[in-house]
Structures are given as structure tokens and as C-alpha cells.
Design a protein around this ligand. Structure first.
Ligand code: MN
Length: 248
């Protein structure tokens, strides 16, 4: 989720968005994600979003105290001339931060169990059903974007697999994200070249299921802070979320 500065409040110093450190070493996700890709992805791609976002907010004191997620959910408060760029870079910052913490080095604790496992079974039949659904969604995403496991914050709380284009986020469409897969080529190209589905298949072994289960537990009901300012579904032409499944 959004990472905000921990710099002391000061009237003279605007709050800056900061690149969160990875919760593991650059080589820790080998062989699934190679060290060079992870380093470039974090230090170049993600850092670039943070830098650009800070630069965009220069001279916008009314926006400088806001989290990247708030910016993404309140784009109507962003000057029109900056809106597309803020959407891109705030989204890039939010999504990458979320992506890093949704992964962990392979280990014995990385199992899906508990209430989340039950919800996955209800929605997709099994973890294999979820993986199948996810793969189909990724296959149907033409161009850069993200694939998500998310839950509907509109009442049913149902689990869904979604994709978003560019750096859009399910929270912009009344869904609470639980798990993210980066479908941009930069996330896998060095090792997998154009074999994105192969990268996805390997990725399941480094999903941080305890973290996903925690996100699930915390979002059993949509939190008021996240729900505030959410646009009505489908109210943003050109930024629709592709839904591949609706849970009964
Ligand atoms: Mn990326």
C-alpha cells in the first residue's frame, strides 16, 4: 500500500514520497525473479515513479500531504494538467509497493490456509482454480498492466481475479486488492523474455500467502478510509477493470 514519508513535519519542507526498501535482498527471489531484474525494477522503475510523483507535486501544497493511494482515488482534486501523470506515477508507486510485500523467498510457511483458503475454494474451487483464472486473465491483457486477486468492496466481499491497464488499481473500481502480479515486460523480460505465462507460473512459488491472508483478514469489510472518495463503478471511461469472474 502507499508508502509515505517518515520525515518530520515541517512547514518549510513538503512531505516527500519515498521508495520503500524491499523486505528481502535483491537475490532472495531467485530463481523465480533474477537479481538483476529485481534490482532494476526497484531501483529504476519504482524509484522513477517516486521521483516523478514528487516532482509533479512541487508547487501543489494542497496535495503534498496526501498518500499516493489518496491521490489515485481523488484524481478529481488534482489539477487537470497533472492528472494523467499523477495517475500514472501514483499508481506505479502504490502498485509496486504492494507487489513487493506480496512476495517472499520460498519457504515452508508459504502455504495458503485458513479463511482465505476457504474463500478461494468458494470462489475458484481450489488454488489451482485461482491459478487457472489468473492465467486466463493475464493472457487476455494486451499491453502493460497488472493482474490482481481482489475482493469486491461493494457488499458481497466476493473474491475476483481482475486486470488493470497501465498502473491503475482495483481500489479505483470498488475492489480491495489482495495480491498483485506485474504484467509489464520489465518485470520478467530478462529471464523469461516474451514468456509471460511462464513467469506467472513460476511466480506462484514466491507468493507471500501469510501477507495475503492478513490483507484478506483486514478487509473483511471495506474500510471507511479506503471507501471514501471511491468513484462509482464504471464512472471512468477508458479505465475499466476487466472482470473475468463473478463469484456466485
Ligand atoms: Mn513494474
Amino acid at each position: 500500500m502507499p508508502h509515505r514519508t517518515s520525515l518530520p513535519e515541517s512547514a518549510s519542507m513538503p512531505q516527500l514520497h519515498l521508495l520503500p526498501p524491499l523486505p528481502y535482498d535483491y537475490a532472495a527471489l531467485e530463481p523465480v525473479i533474477d537479481e538483476r531484474t529485481l534490482r532494476l525494477h526497484h531501483q529504476s522503475h519504482h524509484a522513477g515513479h517516486v521521483r516523478a510523483l514528487n516532482s509533479l507535486l512541487e508547487g501543489q501544497p494542497q496535495l503534498q500531504g496526501r498518500s499516493a493511494l489518496w491521490l489515485l482515488l481523488n484524481l478529481d482534486k488534482v489539477p487537470r494538467a497533472l492528472r494523467a501523470a499523477v495517475r500514472h506515477h501514483a499508481g506505479g508507486h502504490v502498485n509496486h509497493s504492494f507487489y513487493w510485500s506480496g512476495m517472499a523467498p520460498r519457504g515452508p510457511s508459504a502455504r495458503l490456509d485458513g479463511p482465505l483458503a476457504d474463500a478461494v475454494a468458494r470462489a475458484f474451487g481450489s488454488i489451482e482454480g485461482l491459478r487457472l483464472e489468473f492465467g486466463m486473465a493475464v493472457r487476455k491483457l494486451f499491453g502493460p498492466g497488472w493482474a490482481w486477486l481482489a475482493r469486491d468492496s461493494g457488499g458481497s466481499g466476493a473474491l475476483r481475479v481482475l486486470t488493470t491497464e497501465q498502473h491503475l488499481n482495483p481500489a479505483m473500481h470498488a475492489h480491495v486488492p489482495l495480491l498483485a502480479f506485474d504484467c509489464w515486460e520489465h518485470a520478467h523480460y530478462l529471464r523469461y523474455e516474451n514468456r509471460r505465462l511462464e513467469a506467472l507460473e513460476a511466480w506462484w512459488s514466491i507468493v507471500n500467502w501469510p501477507e495475503v491472508a492478513l490483507r484478506f483478514a483486514l478487509t473483511w469489510r471495506p474500510r471507511a478510509a479506503d471507501a471514501r472518495g471511491l468513484p462509482a463503478r464504471g464512472s471512468r471511461p477508458g479505465s475499466r477493470v476487466a472482470e473475468t469472474r463473478t463469484e456466485a
